[in-house]
Design a protein around this ligand. Structure first.
Ligand code: AMP
Ligand code: MN
Ligand code: MN
Ligand code: MN
Length: 277
C-alpha cells in the first residue's frame, strides 16, 4: 500500500511522526508521505522511524494556497527539507498561521470560548496551529457536539470564528516545491465544497501554475469522484496521486493506507528522489 497524504503532531494530526510511521508499517504501507500543514518539521523524526521499520518515507508538506480568494491545499512530495526557498516560504505561512490563531481566538472569545489562544497553542504543542485545534476546544467546552459541528458552526467561511487568510499564491507554492526538487499535487479536489465548474477551474489553474499531479483517491473519495478526477487529470496533463489524509486513529473510517488504487487510466506521479514502488 502507498499513502501520500498524512498528518502528525507537527500540525493537526494526533500521532507523533514515529507513531504514525509505526501504524502505517503495521497496516502494510510500504511508502508513506508525511504531509503536515505548512511545515516539514516532523520529517526528520519520521525518517528515523521509517528506517527502523523498512518503510519508504517521502518528505512532504500540505501547503495552503490562496486562489481566487479561496484556499486550496497543495501537497508537496519528495522535498529536500534543507531547501532555503522552501524554508523561507514555509516560515511566512507559519507566521500567518500564528497571526490568524490570535484573531480566531479573539473572535471565538465573543461566542464564549475562554483562553482560546493559550489553550489552542497548548493543544498544538510544537506543531503548527490550525483551526482543528480550536475545534477541539469548542467541543471540550460544550460549544459544539463534535469537531465537524465546530467547523460548521464557527470555523467555516461566513461563521463567527472564521478569519480570512491570504496564503501564498499557487505559483509561489508550486515554485517552492519545485525548488526543493519535489512534485506538487492538488489535494482532495472534492474537499473544497466547489461546484463542478469551480473544481475544474481550480484544476486548470493549478496545472497552468505548473502543478504536477492531482490527488485522485483519498480516504473519503467515491468511485464516481475518482473517475471524474481521473478525467480532470488527463485533460490537464496531471499525474495521479493517492493519500488518505489521515489525522487520527479515532477516525476509524479513514485509516492510513485505506484508499482505492489509482485508476489505470492515469499515470502515477513519479518522484525523482524516491525508488520505484
Ligand atoms: P487550517 O489549515 O488550519 O485552516 O485547517 C484545515 C484542517 O481543518 C483540515 O486539514 C482538517 O484537518 C480540518 N477540517 C477542515 N474542515 C473540517 C470539518 N468540516 N470537520 C473536521 N475537520 C475539518
Ligand atoms: Mn488537517
Ligand atoms: Mn487538506
Ligand atoms: Mn491533509
Amino acid at each position: 500500500m502507498i499513502d501520500l497524504h498524512t498528518h502528525s503532531t507537527a500540525s493537526d494530526g494526533r500521532l507523533s511522526p514515529t507513531a504514525l510511521v509505526e501504524r502505517a508499517a503495521a497496516r502494510g504501507v510500504v511508502r508513506l508521505a508525511l504531509t503536515d500543514h505548512d511545515t516539514v518539521a516532523g520529517v526528520e523524526e519520521a525518517r528515523g522511524a521509517a528506517a527502523a521499520c523498512g518503510l519508504d518515507l517521502v518528505a512532504g508538506s500540505e501547503i495552503s494556497a490562496t486562489w481566487e480568494r479561496r484556499t486550496l491545499h497543495v501537497v508537496g512530495l519528495g522535498l529536500d527539507i534543507e531547501c532555503q526557498r522552501l524554508a523561507d516560504g514555509l516560515r511566512r505561512q507559519q507566521q500567518e498561521r500564528a497571526t490568524r490563531a490570535r484573531e480566531i481566538a479573539n473572535r471565538l472569545a465573543r461566542i464564549g470560548l475562554r483562553d482560546g489562544l493559550t489553550r489552542a497553542r497548548e493543544a498544538a504543542g510544537e506543531g503548527e496551529i490550525g483551526r482543528a485545534h480550536f475545534a477541539g476546544l469548542l467541543v471540550d467546552d460544550g460549544l459544539a457536539r463534535n469537531r465537524q459541528d465546530a467547523f460548521k458552526r464557527y470555523l467555516r467561511p461566513g461563521r463567527p470564528g472564521y478569519r480570512r487568510t491570504v496564503w501564498a499564491g499557487l505559483e509561489d507554492v508550486i515554485g517552492w516545491i519545485h525548488a526543493a526538487g519535489g512534485r506538487a499535487v492538488l489535494a482532495h479536489p472534492f474537499g473544497y465544497g466547489f461546484s463542478g465548474a469551480w473544481r475544474q477551474r481550480a484544476v486548470a489553474a493549478f496545472a497552468a501554475a505548473g502543478g504536477d499531479g492531482l490527488e485522485i483517491c483519498t480516504g473519503v473519495s467515491t468511485v464516481t469522484q475518482e473517475s471524474q478526477s481521473a478525467r480532470d487529470a488527463r485533460r490537464h496533463g496531471l499525474a495521479g496521486s493517492i493519500g488518505s489524509d489521515f489525522h487520527a486513529p479515532e477516525q476509524f473510517w479513514l485509516d492510513i493506507g485505506r484508499t482505492r488504487r489509482l485508476p489505470d487510466t492515469v499515470p502515477a506521479l513519479a518522484f525523482a528522489a524516491a525508488p520505484p514502488a
